[in-house]
Design a binder for this molecule. Sequence first.
Ligand SMILES: [Zn+2]
Length: 334
Amino acid sequence: MKSIISQFALVVLSFCVSYSLAAQDEKPLVVATASIFADMAQNIAGDEVRIVSVVPIGGDPHTYEPTPSDAQLIAKADLILKNGLTFEGWLSELIENSGTKADVKLITEGIVPIGSQTYANSSDPHAWMDASNGLKYIENVKDALVKLLPDFKEQFEFNYGVYRLQLEEMDTYIQTEINKIPAEQRVLITSHDAFQYFGRRYGVRLESVLGTSTDAQVQTSDMKRLVKVIKETGVPSVFVESTINPKLLEQLAEDNGVSIGGQLYSDSIGDKDSPAPSYWDMLKHNTDTIVKALSAEKKAVVVEEGEGGATSWLLWGILGLLLIGGFFVVARQM
Ligand SMILES: [Zn+2]
């Protein structure tokens, strides 16, 4: 009897699981190229769609190599959200080969791009790092979602309205916080050039080892340039990024007596247990980390060494005088 009941329970359970999976499958599939954009869509669409990011959390979208399962995902998609501005060089081929019928929405539409400093006729893709651009992103994402599911227009507009207010407040928060850093120390040194939009909006000078993409080779001249910047500005910290190997920056910090100010999130949000599990959290975490590290006293260690140096010169001086004095005393007695 017991086994009949448990078998029945198993059948009911498997029915429920397959039913809920089928329900998931029935929902429209929204594919975002990176986790930041998937999070934006999630905030507006809630549970009404299934949202998947091609590049997983912590992955590097610049150098990503799509897998066969990505091609299947794109083929099944109802809507594709892409950044453009040379961020996802791998996407066009993936779309072509998959034969997808999905709408492809460029979510940087209406944003004034910054030209790449490294490559001619190329743009810096990291426009989301400026929260006021973030407002444009979420408007584009909302429009695409409403077009996909017009019946949910009211719900999506409402969620978008709430989200918009949160990002507007974040934009003000970032500026207020950045203003607390002593003006001459508003210099951000990172692994790759992901913060140009952030710097343009909030008034921070940017320097990085790599250019706007991470697939470039590190040049000795780049390292020399950064050493010069550290020396000239006396900036107290440099920063590593969650999607890039930190070794180079750690070496730079060690060689120049500056600290690692913390880990910044630029091309991906963090996982659930990280301090940046969403786009909003990412902006806040980056700002708080930057402000805390760059507000630190300018090269405190060096100043202490300088004082130590002065003290020891004074001691040597007194010792020298005592020796000369002693010599004269001895000489007079002779
Ligand atoms: Zn990047």
